[in-house]
Design a binder for this molecule. Sequence first.
Ligand code: SF4
Length: 356
Amino acid sequence: MTEKTMQIGIPRAMSYYHDYPFYYGFFKALGIEIILSDVTTKQTLSAGASLVVTETCLPIKVYVGHVLNLLDKGVDKILIPSIQSVAPKIYNCSKIRGLPDLIRNVVKRKFTIIEGTLDKSQKGQGFYSYLNEICSYYGITDENKIKSAATEGWKIYNNFMVMCKSGLSYPKALNYAKQGKIIIDSEEKNKPITVALISHGYNIYDDRTSMKIFDKLDKMDVKVLTALQLSDEQMLDGMNALGQHIYWANQKEMTGAAGHFMKDINVDGIITVTSFGCGPDSLMIETLIRKAKLFNKPMLNLTIDEQTGEAGFITRLEAFVDMLFRKKRAKLINNLDISAEEHKKPNLKNIETKVV
Ligand code: SF4
């Protein structure tokens, strides 16, 4: 095979934000060069949005833009997976399930879609069949070779997850994992306010769609926690705390993480970021708004689309953070008043009692 036939384009969108550490190790071990699309820009967004109907959710518009970007770079094979079901009776939304068909229908240019299907419900097609299907496009059929490449992929992925759980930022964890390093961030960043940021990775780790929300909150002196810092068990426990059952594949990172953080007394508030036009998220958010009231946890929902302006976004963030600061200050003053009153009372322990 020529150099170009051993290349794979990966759009820097959707599942990239979860799966890329694995693909990095996997394709490298197979000798397949990965070409990534460039970071999202205004141009990526408008190019993607121009090919789909207006009601389509923002992440899909971004995804289409990234496919176009790869084609402009001359990439002729692009990985566009169809992740139908990640576990028995747990499904993705129709747009994620039908992603290869969607792209085929809207991007009318000549290229090969490297299409793997993961369907653990109806077809019982697990992860290794998915990988075998992808490798078949490159004439790689040796299952042992594919399995040992997968081991390399898991190494990078696991290192990445360990670092994320330790609190290292997403870009740093990815960078170190690709270098084969594990750097644990032991510096506990003490900030006066802690919020849980609840969303899909593709909404918050893309600097363009999230409008650099991590930097903005950091400047406001807010510590941010996300689902990447939680284990599966913690998210499942969060689901139970909210009395929810899993149906959607990404429900753990939304509802499960939110449930976990609602129970955490060190978390001052919850911020959710959802995309306009997302069916599953709109259902989950309704539940979260009701449950947040029960847990007495302030919650802000930010909805994003390609028209979302940065000024309005910052204003809402600032207003929410300001409210959290005022609430915390009031609580502290209240506690101080109580302890001052306590101080005035005689210390009964120091009074000797004599029995006459
Ligand atoms: S889960 Fe929502 S945001 Fe994500 S692709 Fe589906 S509709 Fe779009």
